[in-house]
Design a binder for this molecule. Structure first.
Ligand code: URA
Ligand code: SF4
Length: 220
């Protein structure tokens, strides 16, 4: 290759792509979204076969997570529950219904336009809180999902999600008044929807406010 065409091809490699408009707020994210979707699919196959912690013994299905791989908002829950384990999808039970409603009210979006995953991918017995060892075993998958989707904002739903991502001692009740970050990504801590279901309107209203804040940060 002569020098002129070499320079030209280098310019093509590093130059504008069809995705530049979409990605302009995330200059470090320079990937083709078809490739991102493929990498996520490959990772989900790994998760399906994962036996890194004892939770694999209890699952019907691993629940990898799902959604729009170009989403500017990434929601993180705790772990699959009974319905999620059966349907192999995150947040499909009562908590999910509330979450869908709040996404609609606060963000004017549907869950399909966002990305949703949990800290651990297999259901803990009796829906107990996942243990530290289980979280540490599983966290690499969530980290990789976040890296691939490269959102602008992460919404941490409840203490398990918040503390898995942010080194903090305060719980979400305190933390929701502040802003945190995970790598370069803003983290908005809020309540888990099941806490909102247990505690009624006041907590639902605070969750809605937190989602509005996340939408603003993401420039939705
Ligand atoms: N609670 C979670 O944290 N995640 C789900 O997917 C469902 C309920
Ligand atoms: Fe693997 Fe995570 Fe399931 Fe544990 S919870 S078996 S680490 S996928």
């Amino acid at each position: 290759m002569d020098n002129i065409s070499k320079t030209y091809s280098e310019e093509i490699d590093t130059g504008m792509s069809a995705n530049d408009g979409v990605l302009s707020h995330r200059p470090s994210h320079n990937k083709d979204f078809c490739l991102v979707a493929e990498e996520l699919d490959l990772l989900s196959v790994k998760v399906d076969g994962c036996k890194k912690c004892e939770l694999h013994n209890f699952r019907q299905n691993a629940v990898f997570g799902e959604g729009n791989v170009q989403s500017k908002i990434f929601l993180v829950g705790e772990a699959p529950g009974y319905n999620e384990d059966i349907q192999k999808r995150p947040f499909v039970g009562r908590s999910g219904k509330l979450l869908d409603q709040l996404i609609e009210e606060a963000l004017g979006s549907t869950r399909a336009s966002l990305y949703i995953a949990n800290v651990v991918k297999c259901r803990p017995p009796d829906n107990r809180t996942p243990q530290k060892l289980e979280i540490n075993s599983c966290l690499g998958y969530l980290n990789k999902q976040i890296e691939l989707v490269s959102p602008k904002v992460i919404i941490a739903l409840g203490n398990t999600a918040f503390k898995a991502l942010v080194d903090a001692t305060e719980g979400v009740t305190q933390a929701r008044l502040n802003l945190y970050s995970y790598r370069d990504i803003d983290v908005v801590p809020t309540f888990h929807p099941s806490a909102a279901l247990r505690n009624g309107k006041r907590v639902v209203d605070m969750m809605r406010e937190d989602l509005v804040k996340a939408g603003r940060l993401a420039c939705l």
